[in-house]
Write a protein that binds this ligand. Structure first.
Ligand code: GDP
Ligand code: IMO
Ligand code: MG
Length: 426
């Protein structure tokens, strides 16, 4: 496999980390191109669980290079903490980790602003991860209050920028929240200068690096964070993240043209989950939803919040697959549904009496749709030991066939447990 991408087709947590880990074996370089430490990717092998947030999942495999590209937003302290945490699990991190000098930096005022903005939305809060992701991306787009990784190494202008920006942020935060204690610009500048020094050996022009690697015949694996329905432009706005978390973000985030990608793999769960606010047509606020949450251990990797659970939504996932332009799908956590008497797939929406396969662009329409379900018999047996699709119970195969048919995309990987081994590939 030369250049491959792995992208989530739903609202995140589709088990992208597991697939990226498996495919890393066949690639030289793994690239994160958007998002930041709002992501939480889990990988399990040899009885050990690894949780990656900002670091590319490929870093777990010896001899592979992990790249954090220009489109990622980076909290340097969180990055160093994660490096230490992963090192403590026996993973080597040194020259195998590269960070773009173009990546924007998350500062303490980004977290402070996010807390104030979210609190102000009250019942309509986005339910963000509170990592300063959206506020950092907002400053990036706004340009005047933005600091990139490369700026940390230009001492004089860097200190001036931190002083100016912190003063503005203090004014805004004080106005919005009278109890706010002003941040000390000098302390922030000193702190981040130290963090930057520790990170310095990893900081390069990753865009140039990736193009040189391609010219040298190296294979790249793009690791998406979040999912297509959380995409800032194409997702369920405003209940989305602040980056292009569909495959649309690969080109802008990495600097590698999308036409260089030879295989686009979309990852989907066998059901649907969502963390945070926003409409969720197939949500199950009942004992089946709780059953899925319990069996699937559906609690956030980053924030520990219980994930909202529901039936597989073929309308939403088909839209995610369309926007991301995937060639094949990887269907995850099929084992979680094994005890159910029957399983349902939302095959259309009913919007104001009209049946549609279109995913609404307006959040209020999405909130109004009624799912139209196709009901299939459950398989009622343990499947996590099965390693060949043809060995799956016929009801489980019928379930997979229905999903592939409704999405219009073949399923090339099926996962029946968190471990690397619990995977079936064509
Ligand atoms: P990501 O953010 O897309 O990488 O996904 P997360 O790691 O946040 O969530 C997926 C969760 O499902 C993790 O806890 C994985 O260990 C787990 N997992 C992955 N594949 C399977 C599977 O096929 N079956 C079960 N039961 N768990 C799985
Ligand atoms: P991975 O990569 C699931 C959600 C948050 C919130 C919204 C905006 O593990 O799939 P943000 O902090 O990004 O501004 O929050 O997006 N969200 C995720 N949900 N998986 C993720 O990442 C997510 N990253 C952000 O819960 O609803
Ligand atoms: Mg996750």
């Amino acid at each position: 496999m030369a250049v491959t991408s792995v992208v989530g087709l739903q609202w995140g947590d589709e088990a992208k980390g597991k697939i990226v880990d498996i495919l890393t074996d066949h690639h030289d370089i793994v690239v994160r191109y958007q998002g930041g430490n709002n992501a939480g990717h889990t990988v399990c092998f040899n009885g050990v669980k690894y949780k990656l947030s900002l670091l590319p999942t490929g870093i777990l495999r010896p001899g592979k290079i992990g790249v954090i590209a220009a489109g990622v937003v980076v909290n340097p302290r969180a990055m160093l903490d994660e490096m230490e945490r992963v090192r403590a699990q026996g993973v080597e991190i040194g020259e195998n980790l590269l960070l773009s000098d173009r990546a924007h930096v998350i500062f303490p005022y980004h977290m402070a602003e996010e807390a104030v903005m979210e609190a102000a939305r009250k019942g309509e809060a986005i339910g963000t991860t509170m990592r300063g992701i959206g506020t950092c991306y907002r400053d990036k787009i706004g340009r005047s209050h933005a600091i990139r990784t490369g700026d940390l190494y230009h001492a004089a202008s860097y200190r001036k920028k931190v002083a100016e920006i912190t003063a503005t942020k203090n004014t805004i935060l004080k106005a919005l929240s009278p109890d706010f204690q002003p941040l000390d610009a000098n302390a922030i500048a000193d702190d981040y200068a130290k963090l930057a020094e520790t990170l310095a050996p990893h900081v390069v022009d990753t865009t140039r690096y990736l193009h040189q690697a391609l010219a040298a015949g190296k294979s790249l694996l793009f690791e998406g964070a979040q999912g297509s329905l959380l995409d800032i432009d194409h997702g369920s706005f405003p209940y989305v993240t602040s980056s292009n978390s569909s495959a649309c973000g690969i080109h802008s985030g990495s600097g590698v043209p999308e036409r260089r990608i030879e295989k686009m793999i979309g990852v989907a769960k066998a059901y649907t989950t969502r963390v945070g606010g926003g409409p969720f047509p197939t949500e199950l606020n009942n004992e089946i939803g709780q059953h899925i949450r319990d069996v699937g251990h559906e609690y956030g990797t980053v924030t520990g919040r219980p994930r909202r659970c529901g039936w597989f939504d073929a309308v939403a996932t088909r839209y995610g697959a369309m926007v991301s332009g995937v060639d094949t799908m990887s269907l995850m956590l099929l084992d979680v549904l094994s005890q159910l008497d029957e399983v349902k797939i939302c095959e259309a929406y009913d919007l104001s009496g009209e049946r549609t396969m279109n995913f609404p662009s307006h959040v209020e329409d999405l909130a109004e749709v009624q799912p139209v379900y196709r009901t299939l018999p459950g398989w009622k047996q343990e499947i996590s030991h099965i390693r060949k699709v043809s060995d799956l119970p016929k009801q489980a195969r019928a379930y997979l066939d229905s999903i592939a048919e409704l999405i219009g995309t073949p399923i090339s990987i099926v996962s029946v447990g968190p471990d690397r081994e619990q995977t079936m590939m064509d």
